[in-house]
Design a protein around this ligand. Structure first.
Ligand SMILES: [Zn+2]
Length: 49
């Protein structure tokens, strides 16, 4: 039963959090570089897992 609930939750929170490691601004998941500072060090956090 718990597994079923987890599946539903992971569906709604499917989008990973993607942010610049340099300035910490949120960027588009498909972005290669930060629109704010131009850094290519993009970190993505998968909150579903
Ligand atoms: Zn940045």
């Amino acid at each position: 039963m718990i597994r079923t609930i987890r599946r539903i939750l992971s569906r709604t929170t499917e989008e990973p959090i993607v942010e610049c490691r340099h300035c910490g601004v949120n960027v588009e998941p498909e972005a290669d570089s930060c629109p704010g500072c131009g850094s290519t060090e993009i970190a993505s956090y998968d909150i579903a897992s």
